[in-house]
Design a protein around this ligand. Structure first.
Ligand code: HEC
Length: 120
């Protein structure tokens, strides 16, 4: 309850960039840790692979958000990850939300301590 309230508060006052950060940390890190691969490939690894395939931000954001919107083995650029962890489940997010998250991933260097702090 308290968390939902905080989330809504943040929702009203944040820009798209911060929204991406908030949503990423609220939703993706359950499976994707930033630098350690446990139940899913670490985000630093996903980012590296996607950046190699899509150097331009607009291509990166488009492909990643579309893939997460509708995960498919055929369109995966991380076949080895599917073999290791199984295909990522589909999550119920809107496309524009996923675009904000994808833009945040593109812009974030997960090797350094970055500015986002989880609300307590
Ligand atoms: C329930 C666990 C789970 C959650 C939650 C989750 N993922 Fe994943 N994700 C995985 C697993 C497992 C893989 C590796 C297998 C694969 O690629 O399908 C993966 C792979 C990926 C890939 C690589 C796709 C490819 O080309 O194969 C991307 C990009 C990705 N996740 C983004 C996200 C984003 C963004 C979020 C949050 C909105 C998210 N994931 C939330 C489990 C999860």
């Amino acid at each position: 309850m308290k968390k939902t309230f905080l989330f809504l508060l943040s929702f009203l006052s944040l820009h798209a960039d911060d929204m991406g950060a908030l949503l990423f940390h609220g939703n993706c890190v359950t499976c994707h840790y930033e630098v350690e691969s446990k139940s899913a490939p670490a985000m630093i690894e996903v980012r590296k692979r996607y950046k190699a395939a899509f150097p331009l931000k607009k291509d990166f954001v488009k492909y990643l958000s579309e893939w997460v919107h509708n995960p498919s083995a055929e369109k995966s650029i991380m076949q080895d990850a599917i073999a290791k962890y199984e295909l990522m489940p589909q999550l119920a997010y809107e496309k524009d939300v996923l675009e904000d998250i994808a833009a945040y991933i593109y812009d974030t260097d997960f090797t350094h301590i970055h500015s986002y702090h989880k609300p307590k």
